[in-house]
Design a protein around this ligand. Structure first.
Ligand SMILES: [Mn+2]
Length: 331
């Protein structure tokens, strides 16, 4: 870790322009980490552009201090007008299937191969890139970004502290998941020292949700059913019901899967959502000893021991049966 951060420091001395990016469908940690990293690199005098595959969900937009770009933006080429980017920093980007197309876009336009930096905390990360700063013992990518800032002697602004705090807060489930430990709490403390305001960040992320969210939550709680003698709980969302409950805009389901493992004696929780007529996205959670990352990985996905996900071909019924069969072997 220290060695790879030193490599990053040395590489930064050689570059002027950096693209910062993260995985598709950015979560709180992804958003907080890219914004915090931009602030740090700018303090080091770099010209930084954040280029994302997908829009930042509304509830995290209060964290944005300056606009970010989308890879689909027709004006994106503008960022190339004053020279090439020599580095792309990926944050929180675990499996390759979730990395998106920023590198392809960049190579396609510039014909250049930037230095790839991979900063992540997923055990499933395969270590792509030239400089790899991965520590699966860290709660969040934001915690790693803070560590990088400290190593590079960069003082955080209160805004950057809020951004990184949002990453630690969301990836620890408000300091409730098993990755809440002395390191993540210490990181949170350092961020508060640097000016983060936990009550504001928590209020904006968790207590300002759309009414549709609560209607969707009510529906999904009603779909929960138990399997394997009560050790597995599944909630399901058919595409048609999703559309009816959330007719417009981006659907917010973040955190809903957690209810599946808040049922007494449940060890594995699954939220299965039909995304297209032939594809379902599964979010997995575990409480206790079952490693859901292994389950997701065996189905082409990834994540952490306690929280993972995968995309499956098939109908809701087919994919539910397939998942339950795999889970049963791990119980
Ligand atoms: Mn993360």
């Amino acid at each position: 870790m220290t060695e790879s951060i030193n490599e990053f420091r040395t590489a930064l001395e050689q570059v002027e322009k950096v693209i910062v990016t993260t995985h598709i469908n950015p979560d709180g940690d992804a958003v907080g980490s890219v914004l915090g990293m931009r602030a740090i690199l700018e303090k080091l005098g770099k010209k930084v552009e954040i280029v994302l595959n997908d829009e930042i969900p509304p509830k995290y937009r209060f964290l944005i201090d300056r606009p970010v770009r989308l890879v689909s933006d027709p004006d994106l080429e503008e960022i190339m007008t004053d020279g090439a980017f020599e580095m792309i920093v990926y944050l929180d980007a675990s499996e390759r299937e979730r990395i998106g197309s920023v590198l392809e876009w960049y190579q396609g336009r510039s014909g250049q191969n930037p230095v790839i930096v991979n900063v992540d905390h997923h055990v499933s990360n395969d270590g792509f890139g030239d400089i790899v700063i991965i520590d699966p013992t860290r709660s969040s990518a934001a915690e790693l970004v803070l560590e990088i800032a400290e190593s590079l002697d960069v003082d955080l602004t209160p805004q950057a502290a809020d951004q990184l705090f949002a990453g630690v807060l969301t990836d620890t489930g408000c300091f409730q998941y098993s990755n809440t430990n002395v390191d993540s709490l210490r990181a949170a403390g350092s961020l508060v020292e640097a000016g983060a305001t936990p009550s504001r960040v928590a209020d904006r992320i968790y207590h300002q949700r759309a009414l549709n969210f609560y209607r969707l939550l009510g529906y999904l709680l009603g779909t929960m059913d138990l399997h394997h003698g009560g050790r597995t709980c599944v909630m399901t969302l058919p595409a048609g019901n999703a559309k009816a409950l959330w007719p417009e805009g981006e659907m917010d389901t973040e955190g809903i899967v957690d209810y599946t493992i808040q049922v007494a004696d449940v060890e594995v929780g699954i939220f299965l959502r039909e995304t297209t007529p032939d594809t379902c996205r599964a979010s997995l959670r575990s409480r206790g000893g079952v490693n859901v990352q292994k389950i997701a990985e065996s189905l082409g996905g990834g994540g952490h021991a306690g929280a993972a996900g995968c995309t499956l071909k098939g109908t809701l019924d087919e994919t539910r049966e397939r998942l339950l069969a795999v889970v049963e072997k791990r119980l």
